[in-house]
Design a protein. Structure first.
Length: 746
C-alpha cells in the first residue's frame, strides 16, 4: 500500500505542476473581457452549452461555502443508466461494489453514513438508492464539501444534493428511449419529461421506466490454517446468480404564482422497484466436513416510496421572505427468500420474510432577510417524525429459530433542529458565512413484540464558519477556508435490529468468520471537527483549476465488531456482530481538479475540452494498531481523466473518461484485516446529431472489464482452543456494458 500511496502522490504532484504551468500562461480575465463582450447582433445567439457551463461555474465561484455544481451537460455526457455511474467521475467521490455497476456515492472515500444525500434539499428516505432515479430526471447535482447550518451537519464527508427537473419557464417535451446489453442480457428503458404553462400554472412531469437483468457470479475461497498443528482446510464456494429488476420513477412539480409575490409549489414523487433473483452454489471442502454440498435459492423483493411535498413562499414588504416546506412520505419494503441445501450436514431449508413500513413527516420553516445588500440572514426550524412497523419471520423446516423476535417491530424517531446563519459580503475581496445549528434525535423501539422498549437520545450543537478571499478581482483567483463541526448519527437499523442468524451455522456454535448480527441501542453519534482550505483559479472560457485540502478529527467512531455472547436464541454462546463505538480517528486529504479547453494551453490545438481530478486520502483509527488502521471503506485516493471533442462541421461529439481507484487493505480490528482490489473503469460515448431535435447516443461503459477481488484474514481460536488463521478471497467478474439511446425533443 505504501507503493500505491507514493504513486498517487507523484501523480498529484504532476497534476499540481501542470496546473501551476497553466496558471502562469493564463492571461487575466480582465484583459480578455473586451473580446468576450461582443455586441448583440440580430440572428446571432450563444451556444446553449456555453451558457450552462458559465452559469454553473459562476454559481460555484460566487458561493461562500464551497460548492461544486454539476449541470445537465455533464449529466448527459455519457448517457449513464444510473447516477452511480455518474458519481464515480465527480471530484473526490468514489462508489462501492464491482466496476461498472454503480453504487452509493462516498465523498472523501468515506463509507456509508458519512455522506449526506438530499433530494431537492430534503434527506433521502431510508432504503432510497441513487440508482432509483434516472439521470434524465435530474436537473443538477450540488456537492458541498463542508456542511452549512441550512443544509444540515450530518455530513462528515460532505453533502450531495440531487435537484430534480422542474421550474422551467419554457416549453419542453423530451423523450429518451434506449437499451443496454451486458454479458448477453438486454435491459431496455425510457424516460419522458414535459414542461409547460397552463392557466398560469407552471408544471413539469418526468417519468422513467426501466427493466434490467444482470449476472452476479462469484467464487469464494477460504483457507483455514491451524497454527498449532500446521494443518490446513481449504473451502471453495462457487455461486451462480442472476437478477431481474423493474423500476418506475415519476415526479412532478406544479407551481402557482399568487398575488403579492406568493408562490405555491406541489411536488409529488413515486418510486417503485421490483426484483427477482435466482442463485445456486456448489461448496467443496478438503476435510469432507462442509456444511452442505450444493444449494439453490430464489428471492423476491419490492420497494415503494410515495412522497408529497409542498411549499409556500411569501415575500414581505421589508424584503424578508418566509418559506414553509412540508412533506409526507410512505415507504414499504417486502422481501422473501427461499434457500435449500443438499448434502453435508443437511442444513434445513429456510424461508425468510419481512414486511416493513416507514411513515415520515417533515416540516420546515425558514426566514430570509437581506440587510443593506451586505448580509443575507437565514434562520429556520425543522421537525421530522418517522414511524416504523416491521413484521418478519425466519423459518427452518417450517419452524422459527427466532421465536422471541418474530412478529412486529415498532420503532420511532423524532428529529428537531434550529439554525441561524449569516452570509456577509464584507467587501469585494472578502465574504464570510457563519452559522450555528442545534439538532436533537430521539429514538424509541423494541426488537420484538412484547419486549422492553429501548431508547437512544442524542443532541449536537454545530458551529460553522466559511470565508472567501479574492486578492485580485481581475484574475478571479480566490482562497477558501472552512471551520466546521459535523456528526454521523446511528440509524434505526444499527440501534434496534432484529437478530439475524448466520445461514452456515443455524444451530449450536458458529464461528467468528460467520457471525450472527444484531443491533446496539447504546450507540452514540460520531462527532467531527473539520478544517478545509482551498484555492481556485478561474479561466477565461469557463474553465478552472482548484486544490482543496481537508482534515477531520472524529470521536466515537462506529464500527461493526464481532464478539462471543450469551444470546437468547441459542443455548450456547455465539459470535455476534454489532455496531460499536470504538474510539477516535483522523482523516485528511487533498483534492485537485482541472477543467479547461486545450486551446487555452496550446493555441493551435484542436478544440478539445479536458477534465481531470485527483484525490488522495489518509486516515487512522486509534485503538487499532497499524498499518492500514484506516476508516472503513476509504481507499488511498481516486482519479479521473476525461476529454470531449466535436470535430468542426461534423454532426458527431466524442467523449471519454478513465477512472481509477487503487486497491487497499483495512485493519478492522487487531485480529482482522480486509482488502479490496483496485478498480479501473473506462467509458466512451459518441453522439450522432441528426437535427436540433434528435440525436443518437452510443456508449461503452467499463470496456476495460476486469475481475473484482475482495477478501481478508482473521486470527481466531478454534473450538479446541488452538490458534487459527482464516484467509478468504472472493473473485467477482465485471462486464462491458453497451448502450444505445435515442434522444428526442418533441
Amino acid at each position: 500500500m505504501t507503493n500505491a500511496w507514493t504513486s498517487t502522490r507523484c501523480g498529484a504532484l504532476l497534476l499540481g505542476l501542470a496546473s501551476a504551468s497553466l496558471m502562469a500562461q493564463e492571461q487575466p480575465a480582465a484583459q480578455d473581457a473586451p473580446a468576450q463582450a461582443t455586441p448583440k447582433v440580430q440572428g446571432t445567439e450563444l451556444k446553449a452549452v456555453e451558457i450552462r457551463a458559465n452559469r454553473e461555474t459562476e454559481e460555484r465561484r460566487q458561493s461562500t461555502a464551497a460548492k461544486i455544481v454539476i449541470g445537465r451537460e455533464e449529466i448527459e455526457r455519457y448517457g449513464d443508466s444510473t447516477l452511480g455511474e455518474l458519481f464515480k467521475r465527480l471530484p473526490g467521490v468514489t462508489v462501492g461494489g464491482r466496476p461498472g455497476q454503480g453504487g452509493a456515492p462516498r465523498m472523501r472515500g468515506l463509507g456509508s453514513g458519512y455522506t449526506q444525500i438530499l433530494i431537492d434539499g430534503e434527506r433521502a428516505p431510508r432504503g432510497f438508492s441513487t440508482d432509483d432515479i434516472a439521470p434524465e430526471q435530474v436537473e443538477r447535482i450540488e456537492i458541498l464539501r463542508a456542511p452549512t447550518a441550512e443544509t444540515g451537519a450530518r455530513a462528515v464527508g460532505g453533502t450531495i444534493n440531487i435537484i430534480t427537473r422542474g421550474g422551467y419557464t419554457k416549453t419542453l417535451n423530451n423523450l429518451t428511449v434506449g437499451a443496454s446489453q451486458e454479458n448477453r442480457h438486454t435491459s431496455p428503458g425510457a424516460s419522458w419529461s414535459r414542461n409547460d404553462t397552463v392557466d398560469g400554472v407552471n408544471y413539469n412531469v418526468s417519468v422513467a421506466v426501466a427493466h434490467s437483468e444482470r449476472n452476479s457470479d462469484q467464487q469464494k475461497s477460504t483457507l483455514s490454517d491451524n497454527l498449532v498443528t500446521n494443518t490446513q482446510v481449504h473451502q471453495m464456494e462457487a455461486t451462480s446468480s442472476s437478477s431481474q429488476r423493474d423500476m418506475l420513477h415519476a415526479n412532478a412539480r406544479l407551481q402557482w404564482n399568487g398575488a403579492g409575490g406568493d408562490t405555491f409549489t406541489l411536488m409529488p414523487m413515486v418510486i417503485a422497484t421490483q426484483r427477482k433473483g435466482q442463485s445456486s452454489s456448489v461448496l467443496t471442502q478438503t476435510d469432507s466436513l462442509a456444511p452442505y454440498d450444493s444449494s439453490a435459492g430464489t428471492s423476491e423483493s419490492s420497494y415503494t416510496s410515495l412522497r408529497l411535498a409542498g411549499s409556500w413562499a411569501h415575500k414581505m414588504d421589508d424584503g424578508g421572505r418566509w418559506l414553509l416546506n412540508s412533506s409526507l412520505g410512505r415507504s414499504q419494503w417486502r422481501n422473501e427468500a427461499w434457500q435449500t441445501y443438499r448434502g453435508g450436514n443437511n442444513l434445513s431449508p429456510t424461508d425468510t420474510q419481512s414486511d416493513q413500513h416507514d411513515t415520515t413527516w417533515n416540516n420546515t420553516v425558514k426566514y430570509t432577510q437581506s440587510i443593506a445588500d451586505k448580509h443575507s440572514l437565514v434562520s429556520g426550524v425543522e421537525l421530522e417524525s418517522n414511524q416504523r412497523n416491521e413484521t418478519a419471520s425466519t423459518l427452518r423446516n417450517g419452524e422459527s429459530a427466532l421465536t422471541d423476535f418474530d412478529g412486529n417491530l415498532l420503532a420511532s424517531s423524532l428529529r428537531a433542529a434550529v439554525y441561524a446563519q449569516d452570509e456577509w459580503e464584507i467587501d469585494p475581496h472578502w465574504a464570510a458565512h457563519a452559522g450555528v445549528r442545534w439538532e436533537g434525535i430521539r429514538t424509541r423501539g423494541s426488537a420484538s413484540a412484547g419486549a422492553d422498549e429501548v431508547g437512544n437520545d442524542s443532541q449536537v450543537l454545530t458551529p460553522l464558519l466559511h470565508a472567501v478571499w479574492r486578492p485580485d478581482l481581475a484574475v478571479k483567483d480566490q482562497w477558501r477556508a472552512s471551520l466546521t463541526r459535523s456528526y454521523r448519527s446511528p440509524d434505526l437499523s444499527s440501534l434496534i435490529a432484529r437478530p439475524s442468524i448466520n445461514n452456515m451455522f443455524p444451530a449450536g456454535s458458529n464461528t467468528q468468520l460467520q457471525p450472527d448480527t444484531a443491533g446496539n441501542p447504546n450507540l452514540m453519534p460520531e462527532l467531527a471537527v473539520g478544517v478545509d482550505l482551498a484555492f481556485e483559479h478561474y479561466l477565461s472560457r469557463g474553465g478552472l483549476l482548484s486544490a482543496n485540502v481537508f482534515v477531520r478529527q472524529i470521536s466515537n467512531v462506529m464500527r461493526s465488531q464481532t464478539t462471543l455472547e450469551n444470546v437468547t436464541w441459542s443455548n450456547v454462546p455465539r459470535w455476534v456482530a454489532r455496531m460499536q463505538n470504538v474510539g477516535a480517528a483522523t482523516t485528511q486529504g487533498v483534492e485537485l481538479e482541472a477543467k479547461l479547453r486545450l486551446t487555452e494551453w496550446l493555441a493551435d490545438a484542436p478544440p478539445v475540452d479536458l477534465r481531470a481530478n485527483m484525490s488522495l486520502f489518509r486516515s487512522s483509527l486509534d485503538g487499532i494498531s497499524g498499518p492500514n488502521n484506516r476508516l472503513d471503506q476509504q481507499p488511498d485516493g481516486t482519479a479521473n481523466f476525461g476529454a470531449d471533442y466535436q470535430p468542426k462541421g461534423w454532426p458527431l461529439k466524442f467523449s471519454g473518461n478513465l477512472n481509477f481507484t487503487p486497491g487497499y487493505s483495512t485493519r478492522v480490528s487487531n485480529e482482522q484485516e480486509v482488502f479490496q482490489s483496485d478498480k479501473l473503469v473506462a467509458d466512451a460515448s459518441v453522439v450522432w446529431i441528426f437535427s436540433p431535435h434528435a440525436q443518437l447516443r452510443l456508449v461503452a461503459s467499463n470496456f476495460t472489464a476486469r475481475n473484482y477481488l475482495t477478501g481478508g484474514t482473521l486470527m481466531t481460536t478454534n473450538t479446541a482452543g488452538q490458534a487459527q488463521r482464516d484467509t478468504t478471497l472472493t473473485t467477482a467478474p465485471s462486464f462491458v456494458n453497451w448502450q444505445a439511446k435515442l434522444e428526442l425533443k418533441l
